[in-house]
Ligand binder design. Structure first.
Ligand SMILES: O=P(O)(O)OC[C@H]1O[C@H](O[C@H]2O[C@H](CO)[C@@H](O)[C@H](O)[C@H]2O)[C@H](O)[C@@H](O)[C@@H]1O
Length: 296
């Protein structure tokens, strides 16, 4: 694993974006991208999306709401094929932001909402509460830590936001040091101005997508995301899963990228059109009289 830089820390830092590998992302709306869309977008395809930064632009922690133009297209898409949303937000939080009920809603980076995976919930919750208490106590020392650091206890994972901190670099270093001291040991998943503390053994978004494909009976899937937490899906490297990164990110394992977050609307339109075309092509073939063979 050439080029991997792991910090000296007892915490487990999930460093997918630190893996420097030769891999070039391709614009989705290119010939190659459209060919892949045409191959993957077949009847029954599972269409899965991250929420913040993908379906919804960053609008500040409290204000993120699913835009109307996105919701209308998701409703249309859902009438044709299964739709999933995989988010780092807690279940109770995400439900208030969508006015839309996807077929599958997986929250807390995979720790909530995968059918049949509830057995460890109590253990996850206890870990999160321990970290929450320990960090609250430490961060109360405002002479040392920026007041802009905030904790969001999402029951099964803990988000430590620092978007409002004055000096992000210093804050990141301080927080990583602090996380070394918490017990039980946490998996630390970096995001956009946030560190997510995740209990060991909890499923991630990649596990969730694989599980949902089985449950939905989908042979193919499309997943779009924008953040390091989405790399667990991108890293699956499954030829039957088309992966899309919102905005170009050289270090990502996603196959394709969208130029901007606003392009998600175009992507939804393209998925709907492709699905319609490929469904009617299938119907035409099914209706066509079987060809005569051997000159009969
Ligand atoms: O998996 P996602 O749906 O992308 O959720 C990831 C995190 O989203 C939220 O934080 C992010 O959005 C905020 C506002 O839109 C932004 O201020 C913050 O910096 C981002 O990290 C959410 O608050 C977290 O709990 C999620 O883990």
């Amino acid at each position: 694993m050439a080029g991997v830089v792991l910090p000296k820390s007892s915490v487990i830092l999930e460093a997918s974006l630190y893996l420097k590998e030769d891999r070039i992302m391709i614009p989705l709306f290119s010939d190659q991208g459209r060919a892949q869309l045409n191959r993957i977008i077949r009847p029954g395809v599972l269409c899965a999306f991250d929420f913040d930064g993908t379906l919804c632009p960053f609008r500040g922690y409290e204000n993120a709401l699913l835009p109307d133009e996105v919701r209308q297209r998701l409703i249309r898409l859902q009438s044709m094929t299964p739709v999933a949303i995989l988010t780092g937000r807690g279940m109770a939080d995400i439900r208030t932001r969508m006015a839309f009920k996807p077929d599958y809603l997986v929250a807390n980076h995979g720790s909530e909402g995968i059918p049949g995976r509830e057995k460890d919930s109590d253990r996850f919750r206890k870990s999160v509460d321990c970290w929450d208490d320990a960090l609250k106590t430490a961060l109360a020392d405002t002479a040392q830590y920026d007041r802009g650091i905030t904790l969001d206890n999402k029951r099964y994972t803990l988000a430590v936001h620092y978007r409002a901190a004055a000096d992000h670099e210093t804050t990141e270093k301080q927080l990583l040091k602090l996380f070394e001291k918490v017990a039980p040991t946490a998996r630390v998943l970096p995001g956009k101005c946030v560190y997510n503390l995740i209990p060991q053994g909890s499923p991630n978004k990649g596990d969730a997508l694989v599980e949902l494909m089985k449950i939905a009976g989908s042979k193919t899937a499309l997943f779009a995301g924008d953040d390091e937490t989405d790399e667990n899906v991108f890293r699956l490297d499954n030829p039957d899963i088309l992966t899309v990164h919102v905005e170009k990110e050289e270090a990502s394992r996603a196959q394709f990228y969208l130029e901007t977050q606003e392009d998600i609307v175009t992507l939804l339109d393209v998925i709907i059109e492709t699905l319609m075309a490929n469904t009617s092509a299938l119907n035409v073939n099914a209706d066509a009289p079987s060809q005569k063979r051997n000159g009969q």
